[in-house]
Ligand binder design. Structure first.
Ligand SMILES: *Cc1c(COP(=O)(O)O)cnc(C)c1O
Length: 318
């Protein structure tokens, strides 16, 4: 069996003692210094497919501060794959924290307005793009396609080697990661774990169907997963000063850095669920650290976070 690619770390917090649970963190944020976390897992088999095929390059979609765009640009540079990012927003974003790096690594940015970006799943728009960029391999926003599933599923295989656990928590954006974990839990062993997805965007219930759709080609059943949609804290990229304070205190307490866009919302959900008595005594919980710390760069640039609270980022020298 292959060796786990990321470590599993025990963390401690007074609330864990109070509610008699144990918590471990699967440190996928440490998988790679740039292509961190779930984006690495989701891209693994996509990149293999591109390398094995006869494509001109690869094209994907994302917001102007997207972790996926950032990871994808670097992965393509490593694999020498020409790459295009269809970016929601105006060309003036080209030198922001995320896109400055992506362009530095060779990504060509194709900017579209919000209205056009909304058509990113429409056949008509995709046809237009494939006429513009013939023979490019298309990967949807967030990297969440069926090829992402087996890469993420490997996290559960690793966890089964590393520990015994009851419940696995992950933040959820487009749902690919949650789908991959569910898929991995059905392959790896007969006992199903409870898998909880914490949606980071508002009105995320529609994702349940997207997740089922990503899982349907495999036709496997898993009855012990849930998407929790009440922990988005106002919507994607939104949080209160108090949320940030609680995440920073948790980081200080545990020595692991969680950011407030994805993994930090999972942390806040964990703390809230504990306080609600959601978990059983002796429950063994694993948090998936999905990485994404580059996203802090954009938040700092937009004045939504203070640089001195997050002293871990390097900007492109242009
Ligand atoms: C993209 C991302 C997610 C969301 O993953 P999905 O597969 O889109 O649900 C979670 N955490 C981080 C850090 C991410 O960058």
């Amino acid at each position: 069996m292959p060796k786990p690619l990321s470590i599993l770390q025990n963390i401690h917090h007074p609330l864990f003692d109070k509610y008699k649970v144990t918590v471990q963190v699967k440190r996928d944020d440490l998988l790679h210094h740039i292509i961190s976390g779930n984006k690495w897992r989701k891209l693994k088999y996509n990149l293999r497919q591109i390398k094995e095929g006869v494509y001109q390059g690869a094209l994907t979609f994302g917001g102007s501060y997207s972790n996926h765009i950032h990871a994808f640009a670097y992965a393509c540079k490593l694999q020498k794959i020409p790459c295009i990012g269809v970016i929601r927003g105006e060309a003036r974003y080209a030198s922001n924290f995320t896109l400055a790096w992506a362009r530095h690594w060779g990504m060509q940015c194709h900017f579209v307005d919000r209205k056009t970006y909304r058509r990113r799943f429409d056949t008509e728009f995709l046809t237009e793009l494939s006429e513009l960029y013939p023979n490019y391999f298309f990967i949807p926003e967030g990297g969440s396609n069926t090829l992402a599933i087996p890469g993420v599923a490997e996290i559960v295989t690793e966890l089964n080697q590393q520990t015994n656990f009851d419940t696995l928590l992950t933040p959820v954006g487009s749902g690919g990661t949650l789908a991959g974990l569910i898929s991995g839990d059905t392959v790896a062993n007969s006992k199903q774990h409870r898998i909880l997805g914490i949606a980071v965007l508002k009105q995320a219930a529609y994702l349940v169907d997207e997740i089922k759709c990503l899982l349907s080609p495999q036709g496997k059943r898993h009855n012990n997963w849930q998407l929790l949609t009440n922990f988005h804290r106002g919507g994607y990229g939104k949080f209160s000063p108090d949320d940030v304070k609680r995440i920073l205190a948790f980081n200080q307490q545990t020595g692991v850095i969680f950011e407030p866009i994805y993994s930090g919302k999972m942390v806040l959900a964990l703390l809230d669920l504990l306080a609600q008595g959601y978990f059983s005594v002796n429950e063994r919980i694993v948090l998936l650290h999905t990485g994404g710390l580059q996203g802090l760069g954009g938040m700092i640039e937009q004045g939504k976070l203070k640089a001195e609270d997050w002293p871990i980022l390097t900007k492109v020298d242009e």
